[in-house]
Design a binder for this molecule. Sequence first.
Ligand code: GDP
Length: 295
Amino acid sequence: MFEALSERFESAWKTLRGQDKISESNITEALREVRRALLEADVSFNVVKEFVADVQAKAQGAEVVTGVAPDQQFIKIVYDELVALMGDANEPLADANRKPTVVLMAGLQGTGKTTAAAKLALQLRKQDRSTMLVATDVYRPAAVDQLITLGKQIDVPVFEMGTDANPVDIARAGIIKAREEGVDTVIVDTAGRLQIDQDMMAELEQVKTAISPDEVLLVVDAMTGQEAATLTQTFHEQIGITGAILTKMDGDSRGGAALSIRQISGKPIKFLGIGEKVEALQPFYPDRMASRILG
Ligand code: GDP
């Protein structure tokens, strides 16, 4: 996924190779390459601007370290800034003091929201945290069926009231049921539309208000490039998210969304979707991602 980005970075380092020290003039060209690399990888424009400014400030202020080549010194600065941009450390899923922990899934249709809900439920079950899935997408009967099928596959109960009930009522009833049964975590899957629309946002907000989730996870499709940044911003402004799941990281996207989400929302990516199978979910580690990006 990050091949193009890594290659571009490689040409940034090259501009510094063989220099005897890191100086203002020789970092200008390296920074130009870094900027180009990030923009080509679909990192949001504002994120790139700030990132490059931060790297520039660090590189210009850097002490000349004897025995460390300027390109290596610069790579270290870029690496550290990439890790910081993505939030430093992995942030695990919320685990509320009182049962159940409530997780609300949000996102556009087709991003992998329902699959991600099931993937998360499976991981929790494997950690011996009992889980319940709640199906509130009443607009597409297939969505409820899909969740039921996934629930059977991973042996996690699915709470549903068909497609005639109101999503807010379903979510509320699901939480009550989970509380009665002493379930540790409830994951509420919601309806997605092909595009952001006000009805969807209003409904999501109502569901959120009704169930006061401990976690609102925005599911973002890595393949959507620059769109991912706009989506994150809109959802965060209108609903308020606590984190994101970046899906389809196994695809051939240019990966820019991984770098934009935290900066745009102030909220971390918590998991990566890396395939269609229910097992294909990984915790997100900023340092590992930065290493992958640098190649
Ligand atoms: P929803 O409409 O957001 O609930 O999306 P779905 O969960 O139904 O997923 C839409 C499509 O994306 C399905 O074909 C999934 O199998 C696929 N999908 C979901 N997550 C991933 C992922 O991480 N990688 C890949 N390659 N496909 C995924």
